[in-house]
Design a protein around this ligand. Structure first.
Ligand code: DX5
Ligand code: ZN
Length: 226
């Protein structure tokens, strides 16, 4: 089934609990937390303390997208803070398989992320051990960027690989998912739709989330619960 993962990067941090509640009322079912270190990506955001602050304000899964170098050293802290899903970039991990195992050993669901320039064929060996694959549809680092259509072919290829290999990982897409692009990512086969700037907007957050899910439903009524 298709779910909306709202990215708090675009929310008003001074009213975080209210922002999460609004997106949740609009039908969002996953909280997407963008962790950036100023090295792997040219921006700095937040880390485990943010996850810890979010944990008591929602029952939804906290989906932590780590855009950081050497993620291994922080994995126990994310577990301690209450993260549910932890995704690491293929490009940031020297020993990707080990890092994914470490996430699982810490009681969380492991996921792998591929940048726009990274072919999905480079992660074929780890597909059997991931909860989901995150396909970046922008260059990571900032919200509000333009959707890169090359992500569509990658999502479709992942779907084929999943069927061929008899696996059941989920497919997530992140970046530029908005009212004008959501139907295309749904058609391609994405199941976890990350959206930040298309959701959070003063006075409109709840409705924006609802509208996005409605558009996903219009594209594929069998895969969206509204
Ligand atoms: C980008 C982040 C995204 C970002 C998406 O590096 O990984 O999650 O918040 O923002 P929008 O939906 O505005 O493109
Ligand atoms: Zn993200």
């Amino acid at each position: 089934m298709i779910e909306l993962a709202f990215s708090i990067l675009a929310s008003d941090f001074a009213h975080l609990a209210d922002e999460v509640a609004r997106a949740e009322r609009g039908g969002g079912t996953i909280v997407h937390v963008d962790v950036m270190d100023g090295h792997f990506v040219p921006n700095i955001t937040f880390g485990p303390p943010m996850v810890k602050a979010l944990r008591p304000v929602t029952k939804l899964p906290l989906d932590c997208h780590l855009m950081i170098e050497d993620p291994d050293q922080f994995i126990p802290e994310f577990a301690e803070a209450g993260a549910d899903f932890v995704s690491v970039h293929q490009e940031a991990c020297r020993h990707l398989y080990r890092t994914l195992q470490l996430i699982e050993q810490n009681g969380m669901q492991p996921a792998v992320v591929v940048n726009p320039a990274t072919p999905v064929e480079t992660i074929v060996e780890v597909l059997p051990i991931v909860h989901h694959v995150l396909v970046m549809s922008v260059n990571p680092g900032f919200g509000g960027q333009k959707f890169l259509p090359l992500a569509l072919g990658k999502i479709a290829r992942l779907r084929e690989m999943r069927a061929r290999m008899g696996l059941n990982f989920r497919i997530e897409v992140d970046g530029g998912v908005a009212h004008d692009t959501v139907a295309r990512v749904v058609d391609a086969g994405a199941e976890m739709l990350v959206a930040g700037s298309a959701v959070f907007e003063p006075g409109k957050t709840e409705q924006n989330a609802r509208d996005l899910l409605q558009l996903a439903y219009a594209a594929d009524p069998d895969r969206v619960r509204i």
